[in-house]
Design a protein around this ligand. Structure first.
Ligand code: GLU
Length: 325
């Protein structure tokens, strides 16, 4: 009897010691790549992580968020296995999967789409004292077109090219990260900057709030039409000026845009992608409240603008609720 008791006690001790360790070991960590902290990707990663982390006991999953150089960096880090997820411009998703632009001849066939999020507009913020009203006025100016890992750099180059401006010769192009743009503009070190981003966002607010007055630069309709005709991923868009009190423009500013999308790799397990998709969609109303840029979202709109194949984990959820066949 004594021996039996001892053995039971020993097994109990083993259970108490071993089980929590085993359970803890089962927690899987995933990292979401975003963008600069004053953009919309960073809080978007945070919003998605918040949804899934609420259920970490159920899914044994913990999502963390990383500030990165943006879309191009995120695609490459997902493909290298350094990140499990990333927020990526829809044009960048298309280019990476099809092997164009930054991925010319190197299609990223393992890239997978999960859902799309808020619309992003190609936004050009300029110092009012430089009198840059339209894209053509950028000639001869010091312009931050974006760091190489960013999404906006490609949009800036496409736009300048469509306007007949050679970014290597006709202006002084800088390659700074978006988070530095506002202070550089306020310090007089650049005349304008490009940012492909959802509205409102912290970076543009920071630029507008400074002592140096700023305005948004208009993209002429003829150029928007040209870009939309040439590239399948561009659409006409505008910058809502009422979201930036103090900006010099009085009317919404015409431009073009893309969508922010949530991407992953075919190598990320189905149940992880399923869990994240499910938590975002099942808590859609709560999710929508997490950023004003999500005001226009509907569940259906979150399935548009995906050009890489939808990850099977996400597809399982969409089929379950009838959002996809
Ligand atoms: N669209 C930008 C990029 O791809 C990031 C915008 C943001 O952080 O909200 O680099």
């Amino acid at each position: 009897m004594k021996r039996f008791l001892m053995m039971t006690l020993a097994s109990l001790v083993a259970l108490v010691l071993v089980v929590p360790q085993a359970m803890a070991a089962r927690t899987r960590y995933v990292t979401i790549g975003t963008g600069g902290v004053t953009g919309v990707y960073y809080p978007t990663g945070g919003a998605i992580a918040k949804m899934v982390n609420k259920k970490r006991k159920q899914y044994h999953l913990r999502a963390t968020v990383e500030s990165t150089g943006g879309s191009v960096f995120n695609v490459n880090a997902i493909m290298a296995g350094d990140l499990e997820f990333g927020v990526v411009q829809s044009d960048r998703q298309y280019q990476a999967y099809h092997g164009t632009a930054d991925w010319e001849g190197k299609p990223q066939k393992k890239l997978r789409a999960v859902f799309s999020i808020h619309p992003e507009s190609v936004t050009i913020v300029a110092a009012a004292d430089k009198n840059i009203k339209t894209v053509y006025d950028l000639k001869g100016k010091i312009v931050n077109i974006g760091n190489p890992g960013s999404g906006q750099r490609g949009n800036a180059i496409d736009l300048l090219q469509a306007a007949g401006i050679d970014y290597k010769k006709d202006l002084k192009a800088e390659g700074l990260k978006a988070a530095e743009s506002a202070s550089m503009l306020q310090d007089g070190r650049i005349d304008a900057f490009f940012y492909t981003v959802g509205h409102p966002n912290g970076s543009v607010k920071e630029a507008v709030a400074g002592a140096r007055k700023v305005n948004f630069v208009e993209v002429p309709k003829a150029i928007v039409d040209k870009l939309v005709a040439k590239f399948p991923y561009y659409a006409p868009s505008f910058i809502p000026v009422d979201q930036y009190p103090g900006v010099m423009n009085k009317k919404n500013v015409e431009t073009f845009g893309v969508k922010a999308t949530f991407c992953t790799s075919a190598d990320v397990p189905d149940d992880i992608v399923y869990a994240i998709t499910k938590e975002v969609f099942e808590n859609f109303d709560e999710f929508k409240k997490l950023h004003p840029a999500y005001a226009v979202l509907t569940k259906e709109s979150m399935l548009q603008g995906l050009s890489a194949p939808v990850h099977p984990g996400a597809l399982k959820y969409y089929k379950e609720v009838g959002l996809m066949k």
